[in-house]
Design a protein around this ligand. Structure first.
Ligand code: PLP
Length: 370
């Protein structure tokens, strides 16, 4: 069997606990979701967490609660999964693509600054591959121009920036617990944040605008106490987390730290083996931040030929990402560094089922040339 690019590992305790929830009579938004929210907020070091069914939903709701007038601009990255930028379109806002730092894949703060106009309503950054963006510079821009920042943390669960976990700052943070993320729960997402008022609004928005969840209105054990009356004051969405995903998360969360450490070990092994191979450039990472190493990427000359060579050896590779502004629905933008990155980047296998021997096998194929 070949080597997969991504592969989730769900611990036996999570599988058993999901079975218990399935048998319990309460599988929707309920006590496990509430417990997960508390535990995840503690894990990242944020006052509040709102559990959702995806990071796509988290990005959408993060923009919704900023109440930006339709038509205004949101500065964003072209190097991301389309969810980040679709969320901008959901809110009838205009994505304005800034350029990246080709050493990291993260947005270049200088380019963000150049894109600011009086019409800018927000900035969305993404911590590419799990390596935290230049948050000091980005937060400085945010304060200077009074523009809110949303952090797409889909890759960055467990990462930290200058000693602070990603997810803990005063910005809005959108996480993904999708099948192959560092905290896989099948599907799921969350927003971590500081404002109680925004947290309360998010709880309504994730449940169609309804002011009390079904779980708030039942009295388990006393079915006749079911409270049917509730209030709806604004249009919400069907975006809430459910207890099956939440209980998987509760059992996977304590593993994130050690699993991320394992990812970093595997990345260091790749780095050592690939550093001196002509035609390959490794990411340029600073030591003031800790990556969650969700994706391991290299920049390779003649990338497509290398990808073909690895595929012939039954090794899964990927390209993260095709730049979003080149999809027909977005506006093409001149971004030289993004051009270079997208032509050269190649993601190699990185997951918890990957062994050191697998990394060795992959590096040997690369070493032979392409
Ligand atoms: C950078 C980024 N943002 C957002 C998402 C969307 O996450 P979800 O599948 O939880 O909606 C992903 C998922 O792959 C992602 O990689």
């Amino acid at each position: 069997m070949g080597i997969q690019l991504f592969r989730p590992l769900i611990c036996e305790e999570a599988i058993d606990a999901a079975g218990e929830v399935l048998r319990s009579g309460w599988i929707g938004l309920g006590p496990k979701t509430l417990e997960f929210e508390k535990r995840f907020a503690d894990f990242v070091g944020a006052p509040f967490c709102v559990g959702l069914n995806s990071c796509t939903a988290a990005l959408h709701l993060a923009l919704r609660i900023l109440d930006i007038c339709p038509g205004r601009e949101v500065i964003t990255t072209p190097l991301t999964f389309v969810s980040t930028n679709h969320a901008i379109l959901y809110e009838h806002l205009k994505p304005v693509f800034a350029d990246i730092n080709p050493g990291t894949g993260n947005l270049d703060p200088k380019s963000i600054r150049e894109k600011i106009t009086e019409n800018t309503g927000a900035i969305i950054i993404m911590h590419f591959a799990g390596y935290p963006a230049d948050m000091h510079e980005i937060n400085t821009i945010s304060k200077e121009y009074k523009i809110p920042v949303i952090e797409d943390c889909a890759h960055a669960c467990g990462a930290s920036y200058r000693g602070q976990r990603i997810g803990s700052s005063a910005n809005l943070h959108a996480f993904s617990f999708q099948a192959v993320k560092n905290l896989p729960m099948g599907d799921g997402g969350a927003i971590t944040l500081h404002s109680k008022e925004q947290m309360e609004r998010l709880r309504r928005l994730r449940w169609l605008g309804i002011d009390k969840s079904t779980f708030d209105r039942v009295d388990i054990g006393n079915p006749s106490n079911y409270e049917w009356n509730y209030q709806v004051r604004e249009t919400g969405f069907k975006y809430h987390m459910n207890d099956i995903a939440a209980v998987i998360g509760l059992h996977q969360l304590p593993l994130v730290e050690s699993q991320n450490a394992r990812r970093r070990q595997l990345a260091a092994l790749y780095d050592r083996r690939l550093a001196h191979i002509p035609g390959i450039t490794l990411p340029q990472y600073e030591n003031d931040r800790v990556s969650s190493r969700h994706i391991y990427f290299i920049l390779a000359e003649n990338r497509n030929a290398l990808a073909d060579k690895l595929k012939q050896a039954d090794i899964g590779v990927g390209v993260h990402y095709r730049r979003n502004d080149h999809y027909p629905m977005y506006e093409r933008t001149i971004l030289e560094k993004t051009d270079y990155f997208c032509e050269h980047t190649l993601s190699l296998p990185m997951h918890m089922m990957l062994s050191k021997e697998d990394v060795e096998t992959i590096c040997k194929v690369i070493e032979k040339g392409w």
